[in-house]
Design a protein around this ligand. Structure first.
Ligand code: NAP
Length: 313
């Protein structure tokens, strides 16, 4: 397989790069100075693209690579891949489900605790020496808070299971009610937001879920409510979120993802009711290795004409 040309869309993970290099002829797209002449000269040879949450395969790249057979994403989210175009052209698509579920759910709970108990702010208080001048402010209890989840899939369910251990009543919104699940279903995001203390975004980013968190939802969540986003940045109308947080119309937010990563609205930097993370939901050594092994496993399966491990298209 070492003659199979694989294009990596952006920097992702050094272990993944090493493994790809062992088995394939790897090209790092971000290091290519003239992308159009590179694509023109490799259009008859590149057979695979490896993407992730930041760069994948859009219609333009797919059209530029007529020999493309597979897009293997180093992510579970597929929002950077033109799935319709892949289907139309018979290009296979794989992702990395399940292996990252626990890490993302752990992080969501971490964000809830960090926002309500002001963990990051308290840490800054101790480091700055302010503790010597007086005790820290009281914070908000997490146990028993009502948790509402948008998208009760693999990650949403794992968050629900963890929050249950904190005696949190769980409710959810998704396109369809799941009768086998005991949690309360709300048929709209606004109703869910109005009936919970902590609203978690855990659905995929699609045309329908773009700005699923808008002013109406934020108002329904209210000045004591907390938004946790471990989905994708564009799920949230960010200027609306920023104004609501600055004006204290929303209680707080724990954000792993942002609308224009790695740019984060600077108005958030001075607020003590937000916790900001650099899109690290799956960012542990163990999970990134498992994700990389899955990408390699899918590519090997495809080029050995075996069934894909985690096919999407
Ligand atoms: P999943 O198992 O496919 O679950 C997604 C859930 O979202 C499904 O239960 C689905 O239920 C629901 N959903 C789909 N479209 C919806 C819509 N229009 N409105 C409301 N709900 C909708 O996916 P997962 O493995 O849990 O991953 C979820 C997302 O998390 C990924 O797509 C990715 O963007 C994000 N993620 C982020 C990180 C990070 O680093 N922060 C890491 C991994 C994943 P219905 O079909 O019933 O609607």
């Amino acid at each position: 397989m070492d003659s199979v040309e694989v294009l990596m869309a952006c920097p992702m993970d050094s272990y993944l790069e090493q493994q790809l290099e062992k088995s394939f002829k790897l090209f790092r797209f971000w290091t290519v100075p003239d992308k159009s002449s590179f694509l023109a000269s490799h259009k008859d040879s590149i057979q695979a693209v490896v993407g992730n949450a930041f760069a994948g395969a859009d219609a333009e790249l797919i059209e530029a690579l007529p020999k493309l057979e597979i897009v293997a994403s180093f992510s579970v989210g597929l929002d950077k891949i033109d799935l319709a175009k892949c289907k139309e052209k018979g290009i296979r698509v794989t992702n990395t489900p399940d292996v990252l579920t626990e890490d993302v759910a752990d992080l969501a709970i971490g964000l809830m605790l960090a926002v309500l108990r002001k963990l990051c702010e308290s840490d800054r208080y101790v480091r700055s020496g302010k503790w010597k001048k007086g005790d820290y402010v009281l914070t908000t209890k997490f146990t028993g808070k009502k948790v509402g989840i948008i998208g009760l899939g693999r990650i949403g369910m794992a968050i629900a299971k963890r929050a249950e251990a904190f005696s949190c009543p769980i409710s959810y919104y998704s396109r369809t009610e799941k009768p086998e699940i005991k949690y309360k279903y709300y048929p709209s995001v606004v109703e869910l937001a109005a009936h919970c203390d902590i609203l978690v975004v855990a659905c995929p980013l699609t045309k329908e879920t773009h700005h699923i968190i808008n002013k109406e939802v934020i108002d329904a969540l209210g000045p004591k409510g907390v938004l946790i986003n471990i989905g994708r940045g564009p799920h949230v109308d960010e200027p609306e979120l920023v104004s609501a947080l600055v004006e204290r119309r929303l209680g707080g937010a724990g954000l792993d993802v942002f609308e224009h990563e790695p740019n984060v609205p600077e108005e958030l930097f001075g607020l003590d009711n937000v916790v900001l993370l650099p899109h690290v939901g799956s960012g542990t050594v163990e999970t990134r290795q498992a994700m990389a092994d899955l990408v390699i496993g899918n590519l090997e399966a495809h080029f050995q004409k075996k069934p894909l491990l985690t096919p999407v298209v």
